[in-house]
Ligand binder design. Structure first.
Ligand code: NAP
Length: 126
């Protein structure tokens, strides 16, 4: 239950991006949204991501932050790997903290946070 007294607490990474911005608008209709831009949580920084997630305590994280442009990725593969692979890992690991997130939806994968099974690929919300 979010501060609005309804819905979930939803943290959205990449909230200034094309997809993230739209997700913020849609989720805000029913849920309490924490719109995370790079200035609040640079996903390449594990400690920063963990600290923000711990402070906000969201029920769900939607994770579209990243570098989707293939030309950019090819031009700087190290940065693309750090952002898209390690950045996503940082978000998933932050969500594993006790009492934290129930569900993570990235642009590609969805993970549950069942302590017994660890993160696993899901096709729908628990
Ligand atoms: N656009 C669509 O219609 C659509 C539809 C379905 C799925 N998707 C998927 O959603 C994902 C995002 O797409 P998009 O179109 O929204 O791309 P986008 O407009 O480029 O947005 C990406 C966002 O990620 C942020 N970001 C990049 N590196 C970051 C970092 N290190 N820490 C925190 N934030 C960081 C960017 O922040 P800065 O502005 O600070 O760089 C930007 O706001 C992609 O995987 C894409 O395939 C997009």
């Amino acid at each position: 239950m979010g501060p609005k007294g309804e819905g979930l607490k939803v943290a959205i990474t990449g909230a200034a991006g094309l997809f993230g911005h739209g997700l913020v608008e849609i989720f805000s209709l029913r849920h309490t949204v924490f719109a995370l831009t790079r200035s609040e949580a640079d996903i390449t920084r594990a400690d920063e991501v963990r600290s923000v997630i711990r402070r906000l305590g969201p029920d769900v994280i939607v994770h579209p932050a990243g570098i989707p442009d293939l030309d950019q990725c090819e031009a700087d593969p190290a940065r693309a790997f750090l952002t898209n692979v390690h950045g996503t890992r940082h978000v998933v690991e932050a969500a594993r903290e006790p009492m934290a997130v129930r569900q993570i939806c990235s642009a590609i994968f969805s993970f549950s946070n069942k302590p017994t099974s660890g993160s696993r690929l899901l096709t729908s919300r628990r």
